[in-house]
Design a protein around this ligand. Structure first.
Ligand code: SF4
Length: 312
């Protein structure tokens, strides 16, 4: 099972494709302490603990506190996804010492940053991201975000990051937006380009292979929100789902009694409820786009997995 801590709804970027309603809303020490008691008491089978933020490194002290005080009886690996602008040496040392998997989320090379990433300090920040990527290339992973408006540079952007000597990639095509038929064809073509590059050079790891989910459109993750609520789907992270939070809440970290969210019937009904909301909020065209994008990503992963095993 994966556990997500939302540490803050704030971010120093305003990316065009980001569907998070960014505002100042941070987790508190009280919520963190209670969450640790709650997790220790319930002893869930947690394999991954992920820190989301919108920029989680705005709350570095809380990350350190949670990692240091996480219940010893819970098996876990820690993951952070960051835009890489607030990285500094002390924090990287802490991440290395605690075996934290750190992912930098990047969707551009230095020429195409303008397409999606928006911040008034864009120039300095892009330099910082590139510098940090180069400096920590042996340790970090990259989330390469592919949107319909930057996908024509998919391979060029990949190669740009590859040439910074990063060797662990997670490809993230944008899901909840409409991709035209032509752009879907192109996306497929560019996935093939990356595949051929791998075939020829065989020099990077595909992190997507670690993240298999048997549900296509969303994930079932246990999510601890800043306000103590607990949810069971990553979709609540989007502003589109804010008004449905009351329907999707499981319980809160102060409750004594809670729903058995791992029960098969409960999972089925939760998936149905989430699906109904998706169908209310998104047009057929967008949902079809998600289906095809997901299919392409899956095909790409399967081909890579196959090749990987043959080479082994
Ligand atoms: S850096 Fe990430 S969280 Fe921040 S605005 Fe961009 S996509 Fe959203």
């Amino acid at each position: 099972m994966e556990l997500i801590y939302i540490l803050t709804y704030n971010c120093n970027f305003r990316c065009k494709y980001c569907d998070i309603n960014k505002h100042v809303n941070n987790i508190s020490k009280k919520v963190i302490d209670q969450s640790l008691i709650f997790l220790e008491k319930n002893n869930f089978n947690i394999e991954k603990v992920k820190f989301f933020g919108w920029e989680p490194l705005l709350k570095k002290d809380y990350i350190k506190y949670i990692v240091t005080n996480f219940p010893k009886n819970v098996k876990k690996n820690f993951y952070i996804t960051t835009n890489a602008t607030l990285i500094e040496e002390n924090f990287m040392l802490f991440a290395r010492n605690n075996n934290i998997k750190l992912t930098f989320s990047i969707d551009w090379n230095s020429k195409t940053i303008w397409i999606n990433r928006i911040t008034k300090w864009w120039k300095d920040l892009s330099n910082i991201i590139i510098k940090n990527t180069k400096k920590y290339n042996d340790f970090i992973r990259i989330n390469q975000v592919i949107t319909s408006n930057n996908s024509k540079d998919f391979f060029a952007n990949f190669k740009f990051i590859y040439d910074l000597w990063v060797r662990k990639f997670n490809f993230l095509p944008e899901y909840y937006s409409e991709w035209s038929k032509q752009w879907l064809k192109n996306l497929n073509k560019w996935f093939n380009e990356i595949f051929n590059f791998y075939k020829e050079w065989n020099q990077f790891e595909l992190v997507n292979l670690e993240n298999y989910s048997n549900i296509s459109f969303f994930n079932l993750w246990l999510i601890i929100d800043t306000d103590w609520s607990i949810y069971w789907t990553n979709l609540i992270l989007s502003w589109v789902f804010e008004k449905y939070k009351k329907d999707l809440i499981l319980w809160n970290i102060f409750s004594e009694n809670y729903i058995n969210f791992q029960d098969d019937d409960f999972i089925r009904s939760y998936i149905d409820k989430t699906w109904n909301i998706l169908e209310i909020e998104y047009s057929k065209n967008i949902l079809n786009s998600v289906k095809y994008v997901d299919l392409m990503l899956n095909n790409f992963c399967n081909k890579m997995y196959f090749l990987w095993n043959i080479k082994d």
